[in-house]
Design a protein around this ligand. Structure first.
Ligand code: AP5
Ligand code: MG
Length: 189
């Protein structure tokens, strides 16, 4: 079983590379951002609560994310494994994931950290914002998301470094070049 965490700042290419990884390795893609946006779309009370965080570039509370992910893990069984995109985003989430997987006889195989300069992140997200319709793809919110990434999410890397699971991936270049670096890292496991 292959359980990959794809890690990196907003706009680093997590979603893009996840799609390639799913195609090549047959993993189930679990993106907390996609799950949250699907709930927001329904305009349920929960969706409105979620949007009050995401539209400001803030993280949704850990308890909500962790229970959402546990539910999805049980409904989307995949023997080949999973790719976690946008999760874990706090050390508390990383600890919860470890327990959640152990309870199901699974563990994280690798954490791939996409390294992209801030200038490039902003350029990519502003460009996507022209067509994405995402309420968080505006300059101020992009800056807030990057700031939140540095203060709350970047420390998650230390968690996986300690476990010997973190691998840096150069995240600049064409999508194909980056994917080639990723497959090299995965195939060497
Ligand atoms: P989430 O949906 O996870 O968004 P994000 O981390 O801000 O990242 P993005 O999805 O914007 O970027 P990406 O890294 O996937 O890059 P992409 O491939 O799209 O989270 C959104 C919000 O939900 C959070 O702010 C938070 O509020 C909440 N949330 C989600 N998970 C949470 C959690 N676990 N805990 C708490 N809250 C949570 O690429 C970006 C753009 O660049 C695209 O247009 C793409 O086409 C382009 N691109 C990709 N690769 C390249 C390349 N090589 N060259 C040029 N352009 C490229
Ligand atoms: Mg994404």
């Amino acid at each position: 079983m292959l359980n990959v965490i794809i890690f990196g700042a907003p706009g680093s290419g997590k979603g893009t590379q996840s799609a390639f990884i799913v195609e090549k390795y047959g993993l189930e893609h679990l993106s907390t951002g996609d799950l949250l946006r699907a709930e927001q779309k329904t305009q349920s009370d929960l969706g409105k609560l979620i949007e009050s965080y995401t539209s400001q570039g803030n993280l949704v509370p850990d308890e909500l994310i962790i229970s959402m992910l546990a539910k999805v893990l049980d409904t989307k069984m995949n023997k080949k494994g999973y790719i976690f995109d946008g999760f874990p985003r706090t050390t508390a989430q990383a600890e919860a994931l470890k327990v959640m997987l152990a309870e199901r006889d699974m563990k994280v195989s690798v954490m791939l950290d996409l390294n992209v300069t801030e200038e490039e992140l902003i350029a990519r997200l502003l460009n996507r914002g022209k067509t994405s319709g995402r309420s968080d793809d505006h300059f101020e919110t992009i800056q807030k998301r990057i700031q939140v990434y540095h203060s709350q999410t970047a420390p998650v890397k230390d968690f996986y470094k300690k476990e010997g699971l973190a691998i840096d991936i150069e995240g600049l270049g064409t999508m194909d070049e980056i994917f080639a670096r990723i497959t090299k890292a995965i195939d060497a496991l």
